[in-house]
Design a binder for this molecule. Structure first.
Ligand SMILES: [Zn+2]
Length: 214
């Protein structure tokens, strides 16, 4: 699981972080830009589960699957797209592939809510309630799928693009490795500062950290 070592938060500097999210500011630790956060309970339950159910019904189910075909490549479901949340792989820290979204939404969730619930009546409930007690706000279907849901109101930064997307991006290198990815992150940082998402002070601190990595 990322991050493996004990780290200082790249956003607020809080030391001794061992989880996927900073315990002080809820920022997603593998994100150097500090714009990806732990999803709130509200966004997870009402914005995602409930909204997903509503969309499922109003699109007569088939519409939802067609919609999923478009959102899956962005590591999102239709409801997740509407509330700016993404599904990431807990091993790599990167967004999951479209195939993994289908696997998670259709195979794992259906198994948990259908087959397992037929045997253990409340399995579907335990699946969702798990979020309340999990420090990374993972549901059981996240545990099975090795995924975590994050909130990224400004979209995922380029450093968290899917590895296949990065590889097919021509000049881009794998994230976190070498000069090219640092240049990418510097551009991303400048964009975030220009859009007023991070302050000049945060920009300067993170820019220095990136330069130090070279
Ligand atoms: Zn922090």
């Amino acid at each position: 699981m990322l991050p493996s070592p004990v780290l200082d938060c790249p956003h607020c500097g809080s030391p001794g972080q061992t989880g996927l999210f900073c315990s002080a500011c809820d920022i997603y630790m593998p994100d150097p830009t500090g714009t990806v956060k732990k999803v709130t309970y509200n966004r997870r339950f009402w914005g995602s589960y409930l909204l997903e159910g509503v969309l499922y019904l109003v699109t007569l189910i088939i519409g939802w699957y067609i919609w999923l075909a478009f959102t899956a490549k962005d590591a999102q479901t239709p409801a997740k797209k509407l509330v700016d949340v993404y599904v990431l792989d807990i091993e790599t820290g990167q967004p999951v592939s479209a195939g993994r979204i289908w696997q998670r939404e259709v195979l794992v969730k259906q198994l948990l809510s259908g087959v397992v619930s037929a045997a253990i009546g409340v399995a579907w409930l335990i699946d969702y309630l798990w979020v309340l007690f999990d420090r990374n706000r993972q549901a059981l279907h996240d545990k099975v799928s090795r995924t975590v849901v994050v909130y990224a109101p400004h979209g995922l930064p380029s450093s968290l693009r899917r590895p296949d997307e990065v590889l097919t991006g021509g000049a881009r290198a794998l994230p976190g490795r070498g000069v090219k990815s640092v240049a990418e992150e510097l551009r991303e940082l400048a964009r975030l500062r220009d859009e007023g998402i991070i302050t000049d002070e945060e920009y300067e601190r993170k820019r220095q950290e990136l330069v130090d990595r070279l």
